[in-house]
Design a binder for this molecule. Structure first.
Ligand SMILES: NC(=O)c1ccc[n+]([C@@H]2O[C@H](COP(=O)([O-])OP(=O)(O)OC[C@H]3O[C@@H](n4cnc5c(N)ncnc54)[C@H](OP(=O)(O)O)[C@@H]3O)[C@@H](O)[C@H]2O)c1
Length: 317
């Protein structure tokens, strides 16, 4: 009888966990943190790159409403002004600082931007740097990637953020505190057929920033790496199976305010693939090999590149 009760308990627990996982929008550690720690955000100087649209714009809106002092960056200054005019929170929109920035311009140019960011808010210094900007090309086979797109992707997604970090970290180290929040991607954890170079750039930032944290965390420098799956933004290629940009931004801020080192933000099936590749790589990579070629073909036809039917659909010609 006792064995029956115990095994029933385990079966019920397993079914409940499975149900929770199927409905999940992020990894289970992240979902256990229910709310943003507002005190970690309020009155902090937060610098966001790629804030002119997409997830960066929504992050700016949510951080403003949590009382952050914002510096918003991107290349398109007009769009930054539009975003600024829509922000509301403890600090008036006039207090939001616009810092135009092109991440592909090299270290000398970025050094000027860092000096400027550090001097804002009466020289308070940057508490949080959110590396959100990125360059993504339409999907293509790994062998079809041009040198121009390879360089452009790595300049914006990897070299720019690393240079900014090296420059900014010297100021943070003097203060003995600072946090980098890195918008990576599920493509930085698993293969991403059709996005080989983008995926490589996200694996690269994951490697750099996890290592940076291991070297500097004892000196007060923290890192949160966020790996979203498909997110619905105004510029999303296709709309099927995507988490809202609002929920992605909310979970990103929860992860950062709780000091998580890495957070996965996605619904199914991408979340399940991330778990498989991380914890059962033989099965995970086998699955990716089954869908890889078909996914590129489906992307070319503007179909749903996250559909489960890629697993059993016809082979691409
Ligand atoms: N959307 C998704 O499904 C998804 C999924 C996983 C991960 N992510 C990651 O989440 C982040 C935001 O994605 P998103 O979809 O919101 O991107 P998005 O809508 O394409 O916006 C990209 C942002 O980066 C800025 N940017 C592009 N090139 C730049 C450059 N050379 N210098 C400075 N800023 C530059 C753009 O502004 P300007 O053009 O004005 O410069 C824009 O604000 C990215 O890191 C992306 O890889 C997105």
């Amino acid at each position: 009888m006792l064995i029956f009760i115990i095994s029933s308990f385990f079966v019920a627990f397993f079914i409940a966990m499975l149900f929770k996982f199927l409905k999940a929008e992020g990894d289970l550690t992240l979902l256990s943190k229910k709310h943003v720690k507002r005190e970690e955000i309020e009155d902090k100087v937060v610098w966001i790159t790629g804030a002119s649209r997409g997830i960066g714009e929504i992050l700016a809106k949510q951080l403003a409403s949590l009382g952050a002092k914002l510096i918003i960056s991107a290349r398109n200054e007009a769009e930054l002004h539009r975003v600024k005019s829509q922000l509301s929170g403890k600090h008036a929109p006039e207090e939001v600082m616009i810092l135009p920035l092109d991440l592909s311009q090299g270290e000398e140019y970025l050094a000027v931007a860092v000096q400027k960011a550090e001097s804002l808010f009466e020289g308070a210094g940057v508490d949080y740097m959110i590396h959100n900007a990125a360059y993504e090309r339409p999907k293509s086979m790994a062998l079809d990637v041009t040198e121009e797109s390879l360089k452009a992707t790595f300049d914006v997604n990897v070299l720019g953020p690393i240079s900014l970090t090296r420059l900014l970290a010297t100021h943070m180290l003097k203060r003995g505190r600072g946090r980098f929040i890195v918008m990576s991607s599920a493509a930085g954890k698993t293969p991403a057929p059709g996005q080989a170079v983008y995926s490589a750039s996200k694996f690269a930032v994951n490697g750099y920033f996890h290592t940076l944290r291991s070297e500097l965390c004892q000196k007060g420098i923290k890192v949160t790496i966020v790996c979203p799956g498909p997110v619905n933004t105004s510029t999303s290629e296709n709309k099927g199976h995507r988490l809202s940009a609002e929920r992605c931004a909310e979970l990103t801020i929860i992860a950062a305010s709780h000091g998580l080192k890495e957070a996965w933000i996605s619904d199914q099936p991408v979340l399940a693939v991330m778990y498989l590749v991380q914890y059962m790589p033989t099965i995970g990579y086998w699955l990716m090999d089954k869908i890889g070629e078909k996914r590129v073909a489906v992307a070319a036809q503007k179909g749903n590149t996250y559909s489960l039917s890629l697993l059993w659909g016809k082979k691409a010609k």
